[in-house]
Design a protein around this ligand. Structure first.
Ligand SMILES: *Cc1c(COP(=O)(O)O)cnc(C)c1O
Length: 489
């Protein structure tokens, strides 16, 4: 499988690259990103053959269809990390909540959010590639809370890779901060920044563009990389669980093979939904993909009206912070797949320059053939958490946004798979206040309150965090980031 560029080729970059090149240097001509040249067709046979397959077998055989240039033993090692999830036989349990609504839980990995689904195996692959090439990589990450812990966890103590992770002080939950500052491996550096997530993010972008920084890295023979969510090395692992979830419904006798379903995805950067789109294109029987957003409803506007308009908009802080995003990077791969490279380049350059674009009627029809969208504000989300909890299911605020889309976006009585992207432990204050009506901003008391109400235990990986030693104590102003990272490497 080769990868080509979403904005066409500029005559300087290679026109076609292998998987390994696409993940090591993900930026292509005109600022585009790499996408598969064509998608394999799985056909009915593949699904039929895997009805009783365990997760790793399905994953192994799906990766084989993509013919990626990664050695089999490395793939095996990457997939073995799913054995460390809560249930080693099934890393992604799918639970019935209503007769036609099933929740696929993507958060049973080490950091209790869905970023582990892709970052866990990705860490093994990137480190193996670096070793094979005798190269060293510095991974920079700016996080609002879920990517940071997942990136640190996957790269800790891995050879030929160092990670510098920036987070906004006061801008994450207690649990998220503790997951980062208690990591003590020598190849990890966690930096608290005075400011908000945008400050951390723009500091990272400045660094990526800094000539002196690059020069210093070159002197030390270190390559710069970002483990961000446009990296195809992450996306490929996000196709698998959509197919797995469908097959789980067949196994549970909720579906006959071939029946159509709705996929219902809480979306920010659109990596999760893109995985569902690729699964659909490869033959998974999907009626529509429901895109759920919070008050940052740029994706809802695009899918409803064909307009992507950032003018007069700034990011709104919500109770589902991992979806507080206006520039949703993976949409570019959808545009490319539906409308081709010339049109994608035109639209994306217009977005960069003028902060908006508009699809034609014909283009919008094509988009709406596949996607339907709605957004859920914080009060609605809290009500869904409360109501669904009363019916016996505990969920986090990101997952809750899907219940609004479930109520408003379906026009057929088909089974619906909602993707749950975080465990309740990661966003406990808002969940506790949804359920009890009492405001408590401290994670530890909210965790205890929910555990009591729901009659469940706080998982040890979370409760232990409050006892662990803080080993990452750096907190600085954003002007000092470059010096701090240089002294770390
Ligand atoms: C990252 C994240 C999302 C958004 O996923 P995308 O793939 O960026 O659309 C949703 N929920 C949680 C909890 C996340 O961590």
């Amino acid at each position: 499988m080769k990868f080509i560029e979403t904005r066409g080729n500029d005559g300087q970059h290679a026109t076609h690259v292998n998987f390994s090149e696409a993940i090591l240097s993900p930026i292509s001509s005109f600022g585009g990103i790499y996408s598969p040249e064509s998608l394999p067709d799985l056909g009915h046979d593949f699904l039929q053959k895997h009805i009783d397959a365990d997760y790793k077998t399905l994953a192994r055989n799906l990766l084989a269809v993509f013919e990626i240039d990664i050695d089999a033993d490395v793939i095996e090692k990457a997939l073995s990390l799913y054995d460390e999830f809560d249930d080693s036989n099934n890393p992604v349990p799918v639970n019935k909540v209503y007769d036609d609504l099933y929740v696929s839980e993507l958060y049973h990995g080490p950091t209790r959010a869905f970023k582990d689904m892709a970052l866990q195996p990705f860490g093994v692959i990137l480190s193996a590639l670096a070793q094979k090439r005798s190269e060293n990589y510095l991974i920079l990450a700016a996080t609002s809370g879920d990517t940071g812990p997942a990136a640190l966890e996957t790269f800790k103590n891995r050879d030929n890779v160092q990670v510098a992770c920036m987070y906004p002080v006061g801008g994450t939950s207690d649990v998220q901060r503790l997951q980062m500052v208690t990591e003590d491996a020598a190849n990890l550096k966690v930096i608290g920044i005075h400011g908000d997530f945008d400050d951390a993010q723009s500091a990272l972008k400045r660094l990526l563009g800094s000539a002196t920084f690059k020069q210093k890295l070159q002197e030390k023979n270190i390559h710069l990389s970002a483990a961000n969510s446009v990296n195809f090395g992450r996306i490929i692992f996000q196709i698998i669980y959509h197919i797995h979830s469908y097959l789980e419904l067949v196994r549970q006798k909720a579906l006959n093979l071939g029946d159509r379903v709705y996929l219902n995805v809480p979306s920010g950067n659109f990596g999760n939904a893109l995985g569902g789109y690729y699964a659909l294109k490869m033959g998974l029987p999907v009626e529509k993909i429901l895109i759920a957003s919070n008050n940052n409803n740029i994706l809802t506007q695009l899918i409803k009206n064909g307009v992507y308009d950032l003018r007069d908009k700034s990011v709104i802080a919500t109770t589902s912070p991992a979806m507080d995003i206006l520039k949703s990077s993976n949409i570019e791969r959808i545009l490319f797949d539906l409308f081709g490279e010339a049109r994608t380049k035109e639209l994306m350059l217009q977005l960069d320059k003028e902060n908006h674009y508009k699809l034609t009627r014909d283009e919008l029809d094509k988009l709406q053939n596949i996607f339907v969208a709605d957004f859920c504000n914080d009060d609605e989300g809290k009500k869904y958490i409360k109501d669904v909890f009363a019916k016996g299911y505990l969920m986090d605020p990101h997952t809750a946004t899907c219940f609004k889309a479930y109520d408003t976006c379906r026009d057929k009585p088909l089974k619906t798979i909602v993707y749950s992207t975080a465990e309740w432990t990661k966003f406990s204050p808002v969940i506790a206040s949804s359920i009890t009506g009492e405001m408590d901003t401290h994670d530890i008391s909210a965790l205890k309150s929910i555990a009591r109400q729901a009659n469940i235990e706080i998982p040890a990986v979370i409760s232990d965090l409050f006892e662990k030693e803080i080993s990452q104590k750096t907190v600085i102003d954003k002007e000092h980031i470059e010096a701090e990272i240089l002294s770390f490497i």
